[in-house]
Design a binder for this molecule. Structure first.
Ligand code: ADE
Length: 350
């Protein structure tokens, strides 16, 4: 990619400040040169990802991610790759992390916490219905837009149905200790939907109380608390909020409140207006369009090959801590050249 004066560019995107550095890479603010629209570009290290084994299941992962079009899910618009990096062009969410909001303002009023929880559950159930389980739900990857609405980000850890063994359960341990479900800690295989519901229960607890339900400096003690369901629900919460928290934070996934039970819960249903997922056409993407990229960059018209590479590469980011790699590479004047990205560039908008 051509580097314009001063600013690094990735195709038509002018790269800006770093928005965040997660387990799986760096996210940078970017602006589309023609439209001026802001995007968040997630940068992953390709070598590291390539070094991992690639299998057929992974293709399905990215194919599924491109289909996620929900007002409360951060949209993935396109994926490009240079020799050393993978770039995921994401919807930019400008209100920061839910985590920051709670750290700044403390616990949320119950009404506000419920509204955000309803949006979170709308997003999560929408993804579950499409076979995508987040597996790393925590306030840090729940973003808030300018209007105060939730946008769930970072489905890089998502496990798809293909990751299930014959017993129908997931068998990978990913996630953040404080939010991780007991059955995930036990690593005996778990139902991705129920473990996401547990994490949402932890997020709800944090929103309503300003504290973590399970916390300890000692990891072993923390694990024990999670496995036993050893936490306290403040008596000052409304009876409905206490009840839903108790049912969500049930250490037994069999008896835990699932998506169906949640939708029937009185507390959850108060002032609830379910979100309407976007149609394919109902989309306000004003970045590059497919024809422009193809024409301008001369992308070979071989979607099967292009997609396969990108699917493999992106998919392999699951459970990898790539963060240490990007810092070094980005500061080493790597000027991504869109011409280098051509063979792996795929466009995800339908
Ligand atoms: N940090 C991580 N992902 C982001 C996004 N999509 N928008 C804004 N900040 C982010």
């Amino acid at each position: 990619m051509a580097a314009s004066e001063g600013a690094m560019r990735m195709g038509k995107y002018e790269m800006g400040r770093t928005l965040g550095e997660g387990h799986f890479g760096k996210v940078r603010l970017a602006r589309h040169a023609d439209t001026g629209r802001a995007f968040a570009i997630k940068i992953l290290d390709r070598q590291r990802i390539l070094a991992m084994k690639i299998d057929e299941q992974i293709k399905t992962e990215i194919a599924t991610l491109k289909l996620l079009k929900h007002p409360n899910v951060v949209r993935l618009y396109e994926v490009a790759a240079s020799k050393t990096k993978i770039y995921m062009v994401l919807e930019y969410v400008n209100g920061g992390e839910l985590f920051e909001k709670i750290a700044l303002k403390g616990k949320l009023p119950e009404k506000e916490g419920r509204k955000l929880f309803q949006q979170l559950m709308d997003a999560v159930s929408y993804c579950h219905e499409r076979g995508v389980y987040h597996r790393d739900l925590k306030p840090e990857n729940v973003l808030v837009d300018a209007k105060g609405n939730i946008k769930v980000s970072d489905f890089g850890l998502s496990a798809l149905p293909q990751h299930q063994r014959k017993d129908g359960l997931l068998h990978t341990t990913c996630g953040s200790p404080n939010y991780i479900a007991p059955e995930v800690l036990l690593n005996k295989g778990y139902d991705g939907s129920m473990s996401d519901v547990w994490s949402c229960g932890v997020i709800l607890y944090v929103m309503l109380t300003g504290n973590l339900p399970f916390d300890d400096e000692n990891m072993v003690v923390l694990y024990q608390k999670i496995l036993k369901g050893d936490y306290r629900i403040p008596k000052w919460l409304s009876p409905g909020a206490q009840d839903i928290l108790r049912k969500l934070l049930d250490p037994n996934p069999i008896t835990r409140l699932g998506m169906d039970g949640l939708r029937e819960h009185d507390w959850f249903n108060q002032s609830y207006t379910p979100a309407v997922p976007f149609d394919d056409d109902d989309d306000n993407y004003v970045g590059d369009d497919n024809s422009h990229m193809t024409k301008h960059n001369g992308i070979p018209d071989n979607p099967a090959i292009n997609q396969m590479n990108a699917f493999q590469l992106i998919g392999m980011s699951s459970c990898l801590d790539l963060s240490g790699f990007f810092e070094k590479e980005m500061s080493q004047k790597e000027k991504p050249d869109l011409h280098q990205t051509i063979p792996l560039l795929i466009y995800l908008r339908r």
